[in-house]
Ligand binder design. Structure first.
Ligand code: KIV
Length: 275
């Protein structure tokens, strides 16, 4: 018997599995992934959705916002993630100006994530303002994840990375945005940096899964940026982040040890040398 036959092959997660998890009251797990190694970790850990977030502009490219990230860069990263994701559903994040300037362009760009990069869905930011865009992308057969509340592509309009929905008018606006996302046919919606009470209210009104980031415990699932979870990004840490490892510290120590061993002549030793 070949070794492969003993390996249990898990089928790829689809949006229908995501709906099912919500229906059964099981939490949906989402993490960002930006390349083959991060996607392998996410996938092997059994995370439901690998989101190729445009947050890569900040945590991979070292930019101060997500705004300069391009479609070609997103395709490049999504391809690496899709190659590693054997079971996780791969969602490609539509970057700034890839869907705001016109519906045809938005559908074409959304399609590139599936056609050129191997994603199974796309995510885009906004509510009522992008309802027609979501509808057109979904009509083309491309599942869409919405994103309301703190939408980083609106950083200049919002005046910074701030908690949204603090007053009644702002709550109503976010509620209307979440409703518009659902009515346009999205399969789920990210709620970012909103009070827990608002996330709970949205969750009680919508039938699609809510995925929270800084939105408290009442969402159907949670998403975080993998560099935050692993402790690989220390320029700033939002309040809603929980660090589960300190990989930057460990990597720094390893690289310093290597430097010291090369400089002192301890590396390479006999066991790393050929006879
Ligand atoms: O770009 C991103 O990684 C995101 C998630 C944090 C939701 O939008």
């Amino acid at each position: 018997m070949s070794r492969e036959k003993n390996v249990a092959i898990m089928p790829k997660i689809t949006i229908h599995d995501i709906y099912k998890k919500k229906a059964e009251g099981r939490k949906i797990t989402v993490l960002t992934a930006y390349d083959f190694p991060t996607a392998q970790i996410v996938d092997e850990a059994g995370i439901d959705i690998a989101l190729v977030g445009d947050s890569l502009g900040m945590v991979v490219q070292g930019i101060d916002s997500t705004l300069p990230v391009t479609m070609d860069e997103m395709i490049y990263h999504t391809r690496m993630v899709a190659r590693a994701a054997k079971t996780a559903l791969v969602v490609g994040d539509m970057p700034f100006l890839s869907y705001q300037a016109g519906i045809d362009e938005a559908v074409r760009n959304a399609g590139r994530f599936l056609k050129e990069a191997g994603a199974e869905a796309v995510k885009l930011e906004g509510g009522t303002a992008v309802a027609a865009v979501i509808r057109a992308i979904v009509a083309a057969g491309i599942p869409v994840m919405g994103h309301v509340g703190l939408t980083p592509q609106h950083i200049h309009a919002l005046g910074g990375f701030k908690v949204q929905g603090r007053d009644e008018a702002a709550r109503e606006k976010i509620l209307a945005d979440a409703r518009a996302v659902q009515e346009s046919g999205a399969f789920s919606v990210v709620l970012e940096a909103v009070p827990s009470s608002l996330a709970r209210e949205i969750g009680s009104i919508l039938s699609i899964p809510t995925i929270g980031i800084g939105a408290g415990p009442h969402c159907d699932g949670q998403v975080l940026v993998i560099h935050d979870v692993l402790g690989l990004f220390d320029r700033f840490t939002p309040k809603f982040v929980k660090r589960y490892a300190s990989l930057k510290d460990q990597a720094l120590k390893a690289v310093r040890d290597y430097k010291q061993e090369v400089e002192s002549g301890t590396f390479p030793a006999e066991e790393q040398s050929f006879k």
